[in-house]
Ligand binder design. Structure first.
Ligand code: ADP
Length: 263
């Protein structure tokens, strides 16, 4: 049998990610477009990954879609919930994983996984923007500081500002009034990261934490939030530069297994 190529497509609320895998084991290409469900993002991400690996869609044995916008991917052979894809993806990136904390653009989940990356249990917040990437993106706009720079800023913080509102809209007003009162931007960003960590941390504690703990989703790239969560939970959190692709990686692996089963 020749090589089997599978495409994992993860359409989130904020971004569209694709991962091409060879034989369910090796990532040979990936793409990310920073708009998600209901936009041109999914189509552009698929075109990008195919161009990246120099393949046509017909060369792909199996396409599996996941994420919030998965139902809109008509070319997919199957779709699967992001929970099982995240579990598989995190296990691929770190086989020691037992707890996954995933913070995306619009939701946050904590998942418990077994020895082979099987999903055992989860808790999720998809009702409230606080404790998600959306909260950070709103604050980023108000403060005119990119989320990419939050980590650098939190390192300069000396006196973290307490953000007491748990609602994003009220927290935004609170940040604006802190700015008017001349609070330092680095200290406000420290408070924003801590606020996300408090919210997601209490969810994680409810689930129960088992090492190794891995953080996935785009917010795993925000070192300010990762550090605040480590402080909140008092444990080491592992991340990967591929954290935002985690769901798409899992989708490509699950697609590989589905393809083998169909033969
Ligand atoms: P979704 O799957 O819901 O579309 P993602 O997992 O792609 O969401 O995460 C999107 C979030 O990740 C954004 O809201 C943003 O706050 C954060 N993010 C993305 N890239 C970076 C980065 N380079 N540094 C810090 N934060 C980032």
């Amino acid at each position: 049998m020749g090589n089997i190529y599978t495409l994992g497509i993860d359409i989130g609320s904020t971004s569209s990610k694709c991962v091409m895998m060879k034989n369910g084991k090796e990532i040979i290409g990936k793409s990310l477009v920073d708009v998600g469900a209901g936009t041109s993002g999914p189509k552009r991400a698929i075109e990008k990954v195919l161009a990246d690996v120099g393949m046509e869609i017909e060369d792909v044995s199996f396409i599996l879609a996941t994420g919030y916008g998965r139902k809109s991917i008509k070319i997919a052979h199957a779709e699967m919930s992001e929970l099982s894809c995240h579990a598989k993806g995190a296990y691929f990136l770190n086989p020691e994983v037992r707890t996954i904390i995933d913070i995306g653009g619009q939701d946050a989940k904590v998942m418990k996984v077994g020895h082979s990356g099987m999903l055992i249990n989860f808790v999720m917040n998809d009702k409230c923007a606080a404790g998600t990437g959306r909260f950070l993106d709103v604050m980023s706009r108000v403060l005119e500081v990119k989320v990419e720079d939050f980590e650098k800023m939190t390192k300069q913080s000396t006196n973290i500002v307490n953000i007491s509102s748990t609602c994003t809209v009220f927290a935004e007003s609170e940040v604006i009034s802190q700015l008017a009162n001349d609070a330092g931007i680095a200290d406000i960003i420290g408070g924003i990261c801590r606020s996300v960590a408090n919210k997601v941390g209490s969810m994680a504690k409810r689930m129960g934490l088992e090492n190794e703990v891995v953080m996935t989703g785009g917010v795993a790239l925000n070192g300010g939030v990762v550090k605040a969560l480590e402080d909140e939970l008092k444990l080491k959190i592992h991340t990967s530069p591929l954290a935002q692709y985690n769901g798409a990686i899992g989708a490509a692996i699950n697609g590989y297994h589905k393809y083998l089963k169909s033969k």
